[in-house]
Design a binder for this molecule. Structure first.
Ligand code: BGC
Length: 894
């Protein structure tokens, strides 16, 4: 009997114990990263449970090195699962650390130990490089190949490679590519910060003879960049060079380092030319088969030159590599009216083609890239400006497989020249390439056109998050334009995990920031090409760190960026000609705002630039104050809050009339004033009404880059959701759905990049893959579905739908730092439902649209009676309910 009872107790306990579990282990917010060099990397995990209202009560972390424990945190009473700092013995270089975690919840249940996850450290201290910079004895346009053989005579415990280059590199060991990254070492402000990558190559070594090979391309370091390219040598050195070492640790504890030095050999191969804008030429006749395997006869190769290039700019890479995400196949083979042979991939994308072909020896095939066809259906490349964007392939005579290594293209269409007869679509594939950013959200609705808009936004992100956030991926720019990144950042966070990606880019921002605090227009900057200190562009320095903190909840981003934030605000303060009124300097303003030619009646929506400046100035001071407060710098927080208050006062004195007009009566002016809290309390509804008038007067959006991210949000916040939907759903120019009706598969740079008759204005600046106007994505998640954070990192969140626009259903999911959150509303005849899923260890305020709290039901009963949710009140058409984790379906009978 006793035994039976025991069995019964165990059986009852077992499933309960399994009701809380741990997953998604990350280090520095990345899954199993390599090259971690922090003394205290940040550990995070997600707690899962099917139950409602579950919080983490405590955690325990264990870290191992070679099976030996190096840290046991013991049970720590804390609900932190996002920013737990490693606290064990000092980390060694090039070493894999394994770790696991278990948690207790607030019901006393304990999870199983998680699966083990790991990280690989980089070089923990300076001076571990034994490698020397090497360059081929002779450097031509062709991609250098560098090789070295070495032998492994004893059993290997581990082998770690550290590699970087001036230009791009692809490394191989014994004929196999090291890692799956493209375009390494990535793009940074090279003279100040040159990344090296760390790879675990233990399994790539073989007993006996081994070969280590490197191929180099010009890449960002040495290609001519910028629309007036040619004059700029951007970085310090004008030749491709490599720096690499493999540290082999044998089982007997001894070590050996194989490093670039004067003994390496050099040659060139099939890549005869390659630059970022113009593309790549590959001559398959020049392939040196087996060059990167042991035993290859490199007798005809030349030596290398050792250079004393600096090493003090080397930093370990700490963001996701650029990788191939998928391969796509052509959807149509077209012969254009001009007779061009064209392949249509059905989707504007970024990456490169893979072409498999058996041609005549020496046969040359030229593949050009375009985003669109013109109004007649011909291949259109005018908008690439000076970028040639062409692959030239020369056949060996055998079965060749061509894929460029050191360039990328923005394209939907390929034009193929040099093939007689019909094209075989089977010969072509397209690799979609961007940074390895995990999906972090989805949005879908009952409106198919809006779903296509969401798809276009996501493709805009894919195409322009290639190691740095770019303006566009195709023409002679592809640069890290600060304004564009600022405008799109929150939309990006809802769709992909861009945490490490932006942490890296912000370091380059700070590195390139001028001594006087001005932030450069593009990052990494190209001195001489662009300026600095432009309102709305330079404010990326304050806006993105703050929003990053709100999205991800790790205050290290503020610690890192705070000096840069301050420097930018201090610069603006110093530029004021009247106290706290910043009205000097040249600015882009509300870039690409609505304007008409021969504007006799003055409808172009020109916003006075100093008015814009003042809004961004106040906002930057404001978020700098908030950052200071988070960092515990109270005095500085008070100082910057005071700057913000004074800037707002100066704004009202200079630009606001007593009747609630602004000196520029534009949508952008009203939107910025409201969004950045520039106005006294009593004036806000008055100005909001002026904004609503402006929207009605035009019947469409008139904002450019700076007003666009906020207009819909401000409208729904002030009770004009109907107008926000009107803007969203407009199918004519200017409006978000106009490109969709024209068949767009990405976001266009201009509201009218293509005219209704499909003619394409040649205004020198017309990209079909420019994410800035995709900033509406933030509103779809945050306001339309209504899912948003109310404290840093979604520790607390809200779901507040804005129902309207004729939608009958809308759903958003977002992977918060605590796990997946979701919200879906359905508006059917007689019944409104709102279903939310809230991650463990967080709480949420749910705003259920309703006429009174009484009509809101949960689990088939009045919400007031629920034991799982607490009714907080009713106001402005919403019943407010507080919940913890779990899934809740609210119903309102109509
Ligand atoms: C880029 C933009 C950028 C702008 C600066 C353009 O050429 O493509 O998106 O922000 O210049 O105004």
């Amino acid at each position: 009997m006793k035994r039976l009872l025991l069995l019964f107790i165990v059986a009852a306990w077992l499933p309960a114990a399994a009701q809380v579990s741990v997953s998604s282990l990350k280090v520095n917010h990345m899954t199993e990263p390599s090259g971690v060099v922090d003394a205290e990397p940040v550990l995070s995990w997600v707690v899962e449970s099917p139950d409602r209202n579950v919080m983490q009560q405590a955690y325990e972390v264990r870290v191992y090195r070679d099976g030996r424990s190096v840290w046991r945190s013991g049970r720590v009473e804390s609900d932190d699962c996002v920013t737990v700092a490693y606290g064990g013995e000092p980390l060694a270089s090039g070493t894999r650390y394994e770790w696991q975690v278990r948690v207790w919840d607030d019901r006393g249940r304990v999870s199983k130990w998680s699966e083990r996850s790991s990280w690989l450290t980089g070089m923990m201290t300076a001076g571990e490089w034994q490698a020397k910079w090497i360059l081929p004895e002779e450097q031509t346009d062709a991609s250098p190949m560098l090789r070295k053989e070495f032998s492994v005579s004893k059993p290997v415990a581990s082998a770690v490679a550290y590699i970087t280059s001036h230009g791009m590199y692809e490394a191989s060991i014994n004929g196999a590519k090291v890692g799956d990254a493209h375009y390494a070492p990535g793009w940074t402000s090279y003279d100040k910060r040159l990344q090296y990558q760390t790879y675990d190559v233990t399994d790539m070594l073989q007993k006996g003879a081994n070969a280590f090979g490197l191929v180099l391309g010009r890449g960002w370091y040495l290609s001519l960049l910028g629309w007036s390219s040619g004059e700029h040598q951007i970085y310090a050195y004008d030749r491709m060079a490599a720096l690499a070492q493999i540290v082999v640790t044998y089982r007997d504890g001894s070590r050996e380092v194989i490093a670039t030095d004067g003994t390496w050999r050099s040659s060139t191969g099939e890549i005869v030319h390659s630059t970022i804008y113009d593309g790549e030429t590959i001559d398959a006749r020049l392939i040196q088969h087996g060059w990167n395997t042991a035993g290859f006869d490199d007798g005809s190769w030349r030596g290398v030159t050792v250079a004393d290039y600096p090493m003090d700019n080397l930093v370990s890479s700490d963001s996701e590599p650029v990788v191939t995400h998928e391969y796509r196949t052509p959807v149509e083979v077209i012969t254009t009216p001009k007779g061009e042979k064209v392949l249509d991939f059905g989707q504007n994308m970024v990456g490169r083609e893979i072409f498999t072909y058996k041609g005549r020896p020496g046969q040359e095939i030229v593949i050009s890239h375009a985003e669109v066809l013109d109004e007649k259906g011909n291949f259109y490349t005018v908008n690439l400006r000076s970028a040639k964007a062409q692959s030239r392939y020369i056949c060996s005579g055998g079965e060749d497989r061509f894929e460029p290594s050191f360039t990328f293209y923005g394209f939907r269409y390929l034009k193929v020249e040099g093939i007689e007869g019909d094209l075989d679509p089977e010969d072509f594939k397209a690799a979609v390439i961007f940074s390895d950013l995990a999906e972090a959200g989805s949005f879908s609705s009952s409106n198919e056109q809006v779903n296509q808009l969401q798809s276009n936004i996501q493709w805009g992100l894919r195409g322009n998050f290639l190691d740095i956030p770019t303006d566009c991926p195709q023409r002679d720019e592809r640069l890290g334009w600060a304004g564009d990144a600022q405008v799109f950042f929150r939309t990006a966070t809802f769709n992909r995990d861009v945490q490490s990606f932006f942490r890296k880019w912000l370091k380059d921002l700070a590195a390139d920031q001028h001594a006087d605090g001005q932030v450069t227009d593009i990052i990494p900057t190209i001195e001489g090409l662009v300026g600095a200190g432009r309102t709305g562009w330079a404010d990326v320095a304050t806006i993105v760190p703050w929003q990053h903190y709100m999205a991800y909840g790790d205050k290290r981003i503020l610690e890192n960026q705070y000096p840069s934030m301050k420097a930018w605000v201090d610069f603006m303060v110093g530029q004021c000609t009247e106290p706290y009124l910043w009205n000097t300097g040249w600015h882009y303003g509300d870039w690409l705002f609505y304007s008409v030619d021969n504007d006799t009646s003055g409808v172009s929506a020109v916003t006075y630039k100093p008015l814009i400046q003042q809004c961004f100035f106040a906002n930057s001071a404001d978020v700098t104050a908030k950052a200071a407060a988070v960092l515990g710098l109270d005095k500085e927080a008070a100082y910057y809050a005071d700057v913000a208050a004074k800037a707002r006062e100066a704004f009202c004195n200079a630009y606001l009339t007593p009747a609630g007009y602004l000196v520029s009566a534009t949508q952008t002016a009203y939107v910025l004033a409201l969004n950045f809290d520039m106005l006294p309390e009593a004036m806000r509804p008055v100005v909001a009404a002026r904004l609503a008038d402006k929207v009605r007067e035009y019947g469409h959006i008139t904002t450019g880059f700076l007003g666009t991210p906020y207009i819909s949000h401000v409208l729904s916040e002030w009770g004009y959701t109907d107008l926000a939907y009107m803007l969203l759903l407009r199918q004519q120019y200017p409006g978000w759905l106009y490109p969709v009706t024209m068949g767009a598969t990405t976001i266009w740079e201009r509201w009218n990049s293509m005219m209704p008759d499909r003619t394409i204005p040649n205004n020198g600046m017309n990209s079909f893959n420019h994410y800035s106007y995709g900033a509406i994505g933030d509103w779809l998640y945050r306001d339309a579905v209504g899912l948003h954070e109310t404290s840093a990192g979604f520790k607390t969140m809200a779901v507040k739908p804005h129902v309207g626009g004729g939608f009958t259903q809308m759903r958003a999911e977002h992977v918060t730092p605590y796990g997946r959150a979701a919200a879906e509303w359905r508006d059917a005849e007689g019944l409104f439902t709102l279903e939310v899923t809230i991650p463990v260890n967080t709480t949420a305020e749910i705003y259920v649209p309703s006429a009174s709290a009484d009509e809101v039901m949960l689990d088939g009963a009045a919400v007031a009676a629920s034991k799982d949710a607490s009714l907080e009140g009713y106001a402005d058409g919403y019943t407010r309910v507080k919940v913890g984790s779990g899934t809740y379906r609210f119903e309102v009978k109509r």
